[in-house]
Design a protein around this ligand. Structure first.
Ligand SMILES: Cc1ncc(C[n+]2csc(CCOP(=O)(O)OP(=O)(O)O)c2C)c(N)n1
Length: 637
């Protein structure tokens, strides 16, 4: 890129600067913005394809609308890098997703241009409607509210709830449907087919263009527009459009990479009141060849070479432990080879959950249900009601959406569904919206559930094997993001006793009780403490529910200092369960619960965040020493 071209973006610090450009200059600016995103993301990692796909849309929106007074709500927010760069965060964009840096998603506390915080999908229409209605109530008649939602996110139920409600209101709301035919993997479902249909139907589009041209000539007066539109609609449109049936005025489809035309269309739409939907066709990864060609990989590629498109992987002669998700994916295939009742369900995370292997091996037993966690849970429950054994894999933080379905549709009916909660615990760079830290707290109160967490890859396999082997009712297995701890993990399956923990090492000074992979931190901590003459015993519970009360009786009888460690919220999780057990059984001890404190934790690497929350190896060592010292001190008094 030559210097002259580069200078356009150099001079844009906020949308007011953008408005000084001519429509034609927007073309060059878009290209510069795209290169800037590629440059930083290649060095920094993050989401790539989605932001590249909406570069022109982002430029056009900020060119036409008067942000931040006018409000733009990005659905999911993984596509909002261009928005961040154009709204005062260009200089800090290199800190994107880094510890103490800016967030990878729009966040209200970060910028006045971020009208609504996001991270989980399909919320934009509801939030935008709320903002538009509030503006009406406050008498802010000239305020525009825009929701930008992808075709993938539109498959989420809440998006339909929002459309349904908005279509019935008189809110001044524009929904921009960014249709790239992709979620992370290719988008799925009937809606996708429908969108393709209306995008390619020549007759329909000709009629719409005619209406659009006439509307353009009519001028902005509401009554004339409405009258004309309804007359034309009934006269010309034989088949109503889905969005029009919901009382939205549908415009498009338009080319989402023609920034000049987009700006013109948006300017025209500003004059049309009420709920409107603009259907924009884009290409995910647009302008970066490798991302266009390999859209799933370049959704969030990690570090890569911006010239060759090569994705950097750690190369080493020493074998590395696999990711938990890959152990899950491979083990599921092995189990399904033997058990024909096993079916696999994912809400749009085929690649992310490593279910890809299962999908390839057993296409007829595989179900990607779209970004629809609630549906995934109830659909799985239906399958289980007929005797199949569903493995329904949902990221822990997205499972929050399906709380009622787990209770009402699975647990209450004692259905044999196996919920595998990937990304449980602190997830790192995706930050507060994505940390899977509440599942233990919100599930522990549900009757009939079995809740488990493996300490390593071998245990993950054995829990999966155990869960499908016999009908134990609804069974939850939570495991974290990232690599495990074993290289020799691929061992024959073994049954594990339900609701039983185990002692990993005995000691006399303190008991450390853990659940899940943080047990490995505890093991390291015990070794460090031993060098300092502190003998810590370590008990791994493996099951949060049913709780191994026999083991806890033994621990509480012997130890007067007890520390619990969990990769989840301390409020309501393992530590709370142990405290409840102690209170119910009259035990007393000096007690410390380590885990995620009662606040939202921002982004950073997992290592940085474990440190910040104080439950990494060092945190456990420090906590033990503090308690042991205070005990010794009180004894001495
Ligand atoms: C509730 C929820 N489930 C899953 C995800 C994970 N996720 C992030 S982006 C994405 C795909 C979104 O597709 P789309 O809206 O079409 O946007 P695109 O990436 O194609 O631009 C998914 C499934 C999420 N963020 N929120």
């Amino acid at each position: 890129m030559d210097e002259q071209k580069k200078s356009l973006l150099d001079h844009i610090n906020n949308p007011q600067d953008l408005k000084k450009l001519s429509p034609e200059e927007l073309i060059n600016l878009s290209e510069e913005l795209r290169q800037f995103i590629v440059e930083i993301v290649s060095n920094n990692s993050g989401h790539l394809g989605a932001s590249l796909g909406v570069v022109e849309l982002t430029v056009a929106l900020h060119y036409i609308y008067d942000t931040p007074y006018d409000q733009i709500i990005w659905d999911v927010g993984h596509q909002a890098y261009g928005h961040k760069i154009l709204t005062g965060r260009k200089e800090v964009f290199h800190t994107n997703r880094k510890y103490k840096g800016i967030s990878g998603f729009p966040k209200m506390s970060e910028s006045e241009y971020d009208a609504f915080g996001v991270g989980h999908s399909s919320t934009s229409i509801s939030a935008a409607l709320g903002i538009a209605v509030a503006s009406q109530i406050k008498g802010e008649k000239n305020r525009n509210v825009v929701a930008v939602i992808g075709d993938g996110s539109l498959t989420g139920g809440i998006a339909f709830e929002g459309l349904n409600n908005a279509g019935f209101s008189k809110a001044n709301l524009l929904v921009v449907l960014n249709d790239n035919n992709m979620a992370i993997d290719p988008n799925v479902g009937a809606l996708k087919e429908y969108l393709l249909d209306i995008t390619t139907s020549k007759t329909y589009n000709k009629v719409k263009t005619d209406i659009w041209n006439i509307l353009g000539k009519m001028g902005p007066t509401q009554r004339a527009v409405q009258k004309l539109e309804s007359a034309l609609k009934s006269a010309l449109l034989r088949h109503s459009n889905l969005f029009e049936s919901l009382n939205f005025r549908y415009f498009g489809p338009v080319d989402g990479h023609d920034v000049v035309h987009l700006a013109k269309v948006l300017a025209d739409l500003k004059n049309i009141p009420g709920p409107k939907l603009l259907h924009v066709i884009t290409k995910k990864g647009k302008g970066f060849k490798y991302a266009e060609e390999n859209q799933t990989t370049f959704h969030a590629p990690g570090l890569f070479d911006k010239v060759t498109g090569e994705i950097f992987k750690v190369i080493s002669d020493i074998p590395h432990p696999p990711k938990y998700q890959d152990v899950f994916g491979q083990s599921l295939v092995e189990l399904a080879e033997v058990n024909p009742k096993i079916v696999g369900i994912t809400p749009a995370m085929v690649s992310g959950s490593s279910m890809k292997l299962f999908f390839e091996r057993f296409p007829e037993r595989s179900f990607d249900v779209g970004i629809a966690e609630q549906h995934a849970v109830t659909f799985s429950s239906g399958l289980a009601a007929q005797g199949l054994v569903p493995f329904c894999n949902i990221y822990s933080s997205f499972m929050q959406r399906a709380f009622d379905q787990v209770i009402h549709d699975a647990a209450l009916q004692k259905l044999h569904v196996i919920f595998c909660l990937d990304r449980a615990g602190l997830v790192g760079e995706d930050g507060a919206t994505h940390h899977g830290v509440y599942d233990m707290a919100y599930m522990r109160c549900i009757p009939n559930l079995t809740i488990s967490a493996p300490m390593n890859e071998e245990e993950l396999r054995n829990l999966m094997y155990t869960a499908q082997n016999e009908n134990y009712g609804t069974f939850v297995i939570r495991y974290p993001k990232g690599p495990g701890v074993m290289t020799d993990w691929h061992k024959p399956f073994k049954l594990l006793p339900i609701g039983k923990g185990h002692m990993l090492r005995d000691g006399s000074d303190v008991a450390i009780i853990t659940i899940g992979t943080v047990g490995n931190f505890a093991e390291d901590a015990c070794n460090i403490l031993l060098k300092e003459m502190i003998e810590a015993a370590h008990f791994d519970m493996r099951f949060l529910k049913p709780l191994d009360t026999e083991l806890l009786h033994k621990v509480c009888k012997k130890f007067k200092i007890i520390i619990t460690v969990e990769d989840g919220a301390v409020n309501g999780g393992l530590g709370s369960a142990v405290l409840e057990f102690m209170a119910d059984n009259g035990y007393e001890a000096q007690m410390k619960r380590l885990g995620v404190p009662d606040r939202f934790v921002d982004h950073g690497s997992q290592t940085q965040l474990y440190r910040e929350c104080g439950y990494d190896t060092q945190g456990i060592v420090d906590a033990v020493k503090t308690l042991v010292k205070s005990k010794a001190f009180s004894k001495a008094l």
